[in-house]
Design a protein. Structure first.
Length: 281
């Protein structure tokens, strides 16, 4: 049986103090507006300290590492560090590094599935598929505590496909009251599109490319935003109350302000202007 939702949600929150800095080593990044330099996968970031903490964490955006501020491992880092590898890090055992980094990339995807399944189970409108969602949640949880070899042998694409089908069913049930008028923008190329004031309540924007899109004042209540790319999208004044499968990373990557309405329990990014700052502009 899957764990109680509250402890599970806690386990899906990153705890960098219990991780060996895996995101700062395992993942690559390219010099761009998000990263100030190039880094290959498996190469420690130049700012990663011996204690596995970031040496410029408080100045990441100012130092050109905005990409780091929007990344969320969803607790995969500490799971791999403390559970899969039993608290023994790649610095202590360099021979384990390649396997540890590969497992981290798999675990990040598994924890993403856990986060989506947990949210779907919190939706009263999706009650009809709750039994199937609970079954999937339990299976994914069991997989996450497997041995490194089992994790690396996993067909992640197939598992994601199974879970995606269930999440889509949950989404359709919740959005059913708005189906007659809600637009279908699944996978749409809306890069730079002007959707200011758009009526998108209950719309599907699954996998949509919304980079730098203008969504000022848009009605995104109960819209399905799973996998939508919101980098630099303008959400000023937009209403995202009840938006489905919206992640902290998506919100952090977008631009908003004090008039943006976020789903209950989701924190407002610290780099968004406050109401006080808006009055001064």
């Amino acid at each position: 049986m899957p764990a109680d939702p509250d402890p599970l949600r806690l386990s899906l929150q990153a705890d960098c103090g219990q991780c060996f800095g895996l995101c700062c080593v395992a993942l690559p990044f390219a010099k761009s507006s998000d990263f100030a330099l190039d880094k290959a996968a498996g190469e420690p970031c130049t700012h990663l300290q011996q204690d596995s903490r970031c040496g410029i964490h408080a100045q990441l955006r100012e130092r050109g590492f905005a990409g780091c501020t929007v990344f969320d491992c969803l607790g995969a880092g500490q799971k791999v560090s403390q559970v899969t590898f039993g608290g023994r890090g790649w610095r202590q055992d360099p021979s384990s590094a390649p396997q540890m980094f590969a497992v981290f990339r798999v675990m990040r995807q598994l924890h993403e599935l856990l986060a989506y399944l947990t949210e779907a189970l919190s939706l009263p409108g999706a009650a009809a598929v709750h039994p199937a969602l609970r079954g999937a949640l339990g299976r994914v949880q069991d997989i996450t505590v497997g041995a490194p070899e089992a994790l690396l042998a996993l067909d992640v694409a197939a598992l994601r496909g199974e879970v995606s089908d269930l999440l889509l069913q949950a989404s359709q049930l919740v959005r059913a009251p708005f189906a007659a008028e809600a637009p279908d923008h699944r996978g749409a190329d809306l890069v730079g599109a002007d959707l200011s004031g758009a009526h998108l309540r209950g719309a599907t924007l699954r996998g949509a490319q919304l980079v730098a899109a203008r969504l000022r004042g848009a009605d995104l209540r109960s819209a399905d935003l799973i996998g939508a790319d919101l980098r630099d999208a303008d959400l000023s004044g937009a209403d995202l109350a009840g938006a489905l499968f919206l992640t902290r990373a998506q919100v952090d990557a977008a631009r908003g302000d004090a008039t943006t309405t976020l789903p209950a329990g989701m924190r407002r990014p610290v780099h968004w202007p406050s109401s006080h700052q808006r009055r001064r502009v």
